[in-house]
Design a protein around this ligand. Sequence first.
Ligand SMILES: O=P(O)(O)OC[C@H]1O[C@@H](O)[C@H](O)[C@@H](O)[C@@H]1O
Length: 258
Amino acid sequence: MSDPQTARPKDVGLPEHVLACLFDLDGVLTDTASVHASAWKKMFDSYLAERAQRLGEAFVPFEIATDYVKYVDGKRRQDGTRSFLASRGITLPEGDAADSPETESVNGLGTRKNNLVHEMIAKDGVTIFDGTFRYLEAAQAAGLRIAVVSSSANTAEVLRVTGLEKFVEARVDAQAAIAAGLNGKPAPDTFIEGARLLGVEPNQAAVFEDAIAGVEAGRSGHFGIVIGVDRVGHAAALSQHGADVVVTDLAQLIDNRA
Ligand SMILES: O=P(O)(O)OC[C@H]1O[C@@H](O)[C@H](O)[C@@H](O)[C@@H]1O
């Protein structure tokens, strides 16, 4: 349990009642939202092109600026797949986790995309944003507890290859959420679980999110503060959907504090 007497949340630009930080991973701590976005585009474009040809329809590509941000970003893999397909009026069978990448199912398309993510990470590694280490070190020094709450099934791997795992006291990822029967973002369940694991109430925790589904989860869970992290120029949408404050890098919270 964090000690309210010794925690100094002001040092990292957070309100005094905040005792813990719940960080999303992709797009907040690591530049992996862009990796996911490219993999989604590659997978959906190849699927949509093949489908259009088969059905004699026009091919309308997947757009990162609109389709990814609106339907996929921040959600669990299957939820993102289903949500984008629904926006195009396409319904596919769910299938299951064992589906091969060739299977025309929600899980099969998800596997195709996941294979691309693994190829990209193996080839190019993972980039960490400028302010990430500085902010995590400062948050730790300020006595704040730290959890990562991500929809990605690749969370543990990304934390390991980046060396960020040493900061993380609790992790709620796709596997943990599914095992515990928690709803994915935009439901607040996974952030509530992160707060619970750190021994704080939701209103004593700050949520850090770059995705619309994520700030919506922060708002509906009544957390202490929701910090929107805008890496792609969607600050207005983050504010509209639940961010109390929007920054373009975590270090701004230290540099611009009152
Ligand atoms: O396919 P994964 O690694 O389980 O990730 C699912 C989702 O995880 C989220 O963290 C990302 O914002 C999404 O872009 C991604 O699609």
